[in-house]
Design a protein around this ligand. Structure first.
Ligand code: FAQ
Length: 324
């Protein structure tokens, strides 16, 4: 960890670095033109970039069900939700651009597999009940992680998070509403709801990142208030919030060791299979290849639109110069 801190410039003892840390400790926001350590800038580009990519790739598992939603109303709701995720990606790319990286560079690194996106989006969505589980659990985990990030030290990221969190809470409610309908429906619908919970429970717990003892970045990111909580703290809060919601649905969390621990005021629960998590983030999850192929195809297919827009902008600029 220390070696990494030195490498990132975190152990920098210069007057600038000390003044910077004092601003962070005092709860001040850091803005794009302020001095910042190189490690702080790089960590933010990594985290905000991965977050933006997650929003974009995250459209795919739900986009898969837009044409097959059971009613027109559900279709319209799902369409709006997926569109919101695209918007979140765009706010986040803009926040990352304030750190001196271009959206094209970030996109290139996503498409080449160099940059990561959330592990959760490498799992398939097999039934309509999965749309409920994604909204309830995946957006639920995203909110648990993102609400504290509204107070993150970097101004543009913090402001993007405030807007995103407002929309994510609608998303979670629409997912829970689908689960309520399915769990309260026919025996077959209830079985589908349980199956979706069974498949999405552990991947949702993985969204918070590896356990604290294996988290490479948490200590430095928390000192810089890029992260406000450790991965395990947020995972615990998520379990404590979600178990009663599952009980209300009449569904069973797929963890035989789940027990309420009176002393800690929270649930004891089984850890996800971390070897599966590390395989997924290495590119070997069930849908990694498919997701990256879909994003690459979208990028290639959109080339004529980008070229057209660029040519149009150049013509307008030339016309403006000629008129001056
Ligand atoms: N997936 O040292 P740490 C959404 C990597 S929400 C993939 O603990 P850190 C909304 C990590 O990058 C989902 N990789 O890392 C939506 C690092 O590798 P690196 C996105 C992961 O950064 C809902 C290594 O493991 N939310 O999309 C994951 O301090 C529905 C070591 O880990 C955010 O990105 C993972 N789950 O903590 C959209 C929130 N976890 O980079 C559509 C902002 C860890 O050194 C539909 N991000 N890794 O190669 C964060 O809060 C943090 O980055 C964590 C990870 C907590 C995700």
């Amino acid at each position: 960890m220390y070696a990494q801190m030195v490498k990132s410039g975190a152990a920098d003892d210069s007057p600038e670095a000390r003044a910077f840390q004092a601003r962070i400790d005092a709860g001040e926001k850091i803005e794009p033109k302020d001095w910042m350590p190189e490690g702080y800038r790089k960590t933010l580009i990594r985290q905000i970039g991965q977050h933006a990519h997650s929003e974009i790739v995250g459209q795919l598992p739900e986009g898969n069900w837009i044409t097959r939603a059971p009613t027109l109303e559900r279709k319209a709701i799902l369409l709006a939700k997926v569109q919101d995720e695209a918007g979140h990606g765009l706010y986040l790319y803009c926040a990352a651009e304030t750190l001196g990286v271009s959206r094209d560079d970030l996109t290139r690194d996503l498409l080449s597999g160099k940059m990561k996106y959330s592990s959760i989006f490498n799992y398939p969505t097999l039934t309509w009940a999965d749309m409920g589980a994604v909204g309830w659990l995946v957006d639920g985990a995203a909110i648990m992680n993102q609400v504290p990030l509204q107070r993150t030290s970097y101004g543009p990221y913090s402001r993007a998070m405030i807007r995103i969190c407002k929309e994510e809470s609608f998303h979670q409610r629409q997912g829970y509403d689908i689960m309520m309908k399915m769990a309260g429906g026919t025996a077959e619908q209830k079985r589908m709801a349980q199956d979706a919970l069974d498949r999405f429970w552990y991947p949702s717990l993985m969204m918070f990142g590896p356990s604290d003892k294996d988290s490479v970045h948490s200590a430095q990111s928390m000192a810089w208030k890029i992260k406000m909580n450790t991965n395990d703290e947020l995972r615990q809060k998520f379990v404590d919030q979600t178990v009663p919601q599952a009980e209300y649905l009449g569904l069973t969390v797929p963890d035989p060791d789940l027990t309420w621990n009176e002393d800690k005021g929270g649930y004891d629960f089984s850890e996800p299979d971390w070897s599966e998590f590390f395989e997924v983030i290495k590119g070997n999850g069930p849908c990694n290849t498919e997701r990256l192929a879909a994003r690459n195809a979208a990028w290639d297919d959109g080339k004529w639109v980008r070229d057209g827009l660029l040519a149009h902008a150049q013509k307008r600029a030339a016309r403006k110069v000629a008129a001056e």
